[in-house]
Design a binder for this molecule. Sequence first.
Ligand SMILES: [Zn+2]
Length: 47
Amino acid sequence: MSEYVCAKCRRDLEDTAINRVGMQCSYCGSKIFYKKRPNIRKRLIAR
Ligand SMILES: [Zn+2]
């Protein structure tokens, strides 16, 4: 089970390709991933 999701299309990383450059979404090409958390809606609030 992947614990990362694509930052753009929100697909699980397990559905995406991991190439020699590193993690890259095979659907949208994004290289930005979020780590799944139990509370995904929680955000840091910078003041
Ligand atoms: Zn993607």
